[in-house]
Design a binder for this molecule. Structure first.
Ligand SMILES: [Zn+2]
Length: 361
């Protein structure tokens, strides 16, 4: 009698039990090794289920581990690893952001994601947006532009001509951003029956020099109909001119951001049409970005120029220009006109350039 047992990859055939009751596997050449199964006790083999259980456990374990690692991004692109590294190491991230910023400034931002793949430095979306916002601040002007000495080609990049209907004559120039804002303000005012006409806008250093020297040399009377030449002390003479006129190099009109509207006399704005225009500007100009830098002197610690109800400044640009002026222009830059030596003794930069309505900073 024979007994055959089928295992997954083996067939074991046992011969009849011998006298001692033990079944003996046949010497089948397909068997790798001899196995003994005491059939008398009919004990089931535990090797097969244990082997299978271990295999199943191993497979299950491998499956769970692979799922877990995949979810944690272990198999994801290198970018994720970089992100994690950056979170853990802010310095590394800042450096990477700086590199990105430089790439953008160099015009290499056409495809930041591809570029980053190449550079192994992908960043999350938010910092990219933040950088794009930061790359568009108002431009900081150079010193020549602040002093009114910008070359015509440099001016052409920034200045536009004021169209008929917005100015009282041809040839008025203005910074394009300030002009766009003014046109909107002009339209809004017109809808309420208010007419706003620009009577002075951009002025070059040479233009301001003519105004200044005409007064300094008595060719043009000062506000109280006195000739400046009657004042012998240079500083006192300059201080008298400075009540309403800037020294060349220090005028906000050099920037193209400031305009004079409708009339150059405060008295015009005290009643009737002028009063309505001024009241409208006081109430509405700020919504278009304009402010009045030269309010009553008593509101400005009695510093700087007299009140000018006609002079309005486009703040989004002018505040940056003023800050840059403060950082870059020194008294040695203020010369080339009659009486320039009085600029420093009169602290023209501190008292006149900076001595404006605090709402215009
Ligand atoms: Zn003005």
């Amino acid at each position: 009698m024979r007994l055959a047992i089928l295992l997954p990859n083996k067939l074991i055939i046992f011969e009849e039990p011998s006298e001692n009751g033990i079944w003996v596997p046949s010497r089948n050449p397909h068997l790798n090794k001899t196995q003994f199964y005491p059939m008398g006790k009919r004990r089931k083999s535990k090797k097969q289920p244990v082997w299978l259980i271990i295999l199943v456990i191993l497979l299950a374990f491998a499956f769970v581990v692979s799922r877990s690692l995949r979810n944690n991004g272990f198999f994801a692109a290198t970018s994720d690893t970089i992100q994690i590294t950056n979170l853990l190491n802010p310095d590394n991230k800042q450096e990477s952001d700086k590199n990105r910023s430089l790439q953008m400034q160099n015009g290499e931002n056409k495809s930041p994601r591809n570029k980053d793949k190449h550079n192994n430095s992908i960043q999350p979306e938010k910092p990219i947006i933040k950088h794009l916002e930061m790359l568009n601040p108002p431009e900081r002007p150079d010193k020549k532009l602040l002093l009114g000495k910008a070359s015509p080609s440099q001016r052409d990049l920034l200045m536009v001509s004021v169209a008929p209907g917005f100015g009282n004559r041809d040839g008025l120039l203005m910074h394009r951003d300030a002009y766009n804002a003014f046109m909107k303000m002009h339209q809004a005012a017109q809808q309420e029956g208010i007419s706003l006409i620009i009577i002075s806008a951009y002025r070059s250093f040479d233009h301001q020099k003519r105004i200044w020297e005409n007064k300094w040399n008595g060719r043009q009377m000062l506000s109280d109909n006195i000739a400046a030449t009657s004042i012998k002390d240079p500083e006192a003479r300059a201080a008298e001119i400075l009540r309403f006129s800037s020294m060349p190099g220090t005028s906000r009109h050099h920037w193209g951001t400031d305009i004079d509207i409708n009339n150059l006399n405060n008295s015009y704005f005290l009643n009737g049409k002028g009063l309505k225009e001024y009241q409208w500007l006081k109430e509405n100009a700020h919504t278009f970005g304009f402010c009045q830098p030269y309010t009553r002197r008593s509101t400005r610690n009695n510093r700087g120029y007299e009140e000018e109800k006609w002079h309005w400044s486009y703040l989004p640009l002018a505040s940056v220009y003023l800050e840059t002026f403060k950082d870059s222009v020194q008294y040695q830059d203020l010369n080339g006109f009659d009486g320039w030596q009085t600029a420093q003794p009169l602290s023209v930069i501190e008292n006149y350039v900076m001595g404006i309505n605090s709402e215009c900073y």
